[in-house]
Design a protein around this ligand. Sequence first.
Ligand code: A2P
Length: 279
Amino acid sequence: METFVLRNGVQVPAVGFGTWQTPDGATAVDTVKEAIKDGYRHIDTAAAYDNEESVGRGVRESGVDRGELFLTTKAWNGARGYESTLNAFEESCAKLGVDYVDLYLMHWPANAKQFGEDADRINLDTWRAMTELYHTGKVRAIGVCNFLPKHLGPLMDTEIPPMVDQIEFHPGVTWPQTVEFCNAHHIQVEAWSPLGSGRVLNDPRLEKIAAKYGKSVAQLCIRWCLQHDALPLPKSVTPARIAANLDVFDFDISQADMDAIDSMEPFGFSGNHPDEVDF
Ligand code: A2P
């Protein structure tokens, strides 16, 4: 599969398998195995998804060498701060049954609404732990999720700035200033909910464009992410969809159609604004 290359040279398979809202247990085990069988080599989970044990089992039972797989997990908000982030990482590794993780992410920024003027300091404390983990070699790359430029700014002056920012990204929600900031600082954008968690899939404008290419709206959304250099992480528990979501490397969306999608008014937003969330 094509890859994106992080600032430190680490290669990341260009489409990842999302597992947010994938139920723990047999569903997670089986769908992760199914995805790997179909050719996914990049799996994205998080402590907060409550499925790390099953995702880890799926990875181990896939029969594919750990070294060929790219595994991401994330430190939940309750783990903010230096010591608790280090502990959260060990817990995630134990649940996943792995001795290293390819990419470790801070799940949400501490924001000013919750923490006032302490927010930046808290994020920097957490980031110190992420940097420490990187130095130990237990993680191959480090980054953040849901950080806007105002949250990224303070981390840019640290020894190792974030290599990845995973944000909500799909037609209708594009965070242009954040993407511009990331591109300018070689921070790889990853797209969570690239299908708007299903909210954009029935849009007639997208249906019309997708039909031109003989593709589904889901495939159009995934391809649209790739052509924006944003790494899509589509989630599905349906075998036919899991396979179809990887079938996006045999067509190109024209510039006119990219522009048409980009100029759509905001729609399909999850409602989770990084400045407003209080979890
Ligand atoms: P399901 O998991 O039941 O197959 P996102 O990745 O943006 O979070 O979107 C995930 C949602 O989109 C899930 O509800 C998933 O349903 C659905 N979905 C995933 N792939 C497809 C597809 N190819 N066609 C239609 N719906 C899809």
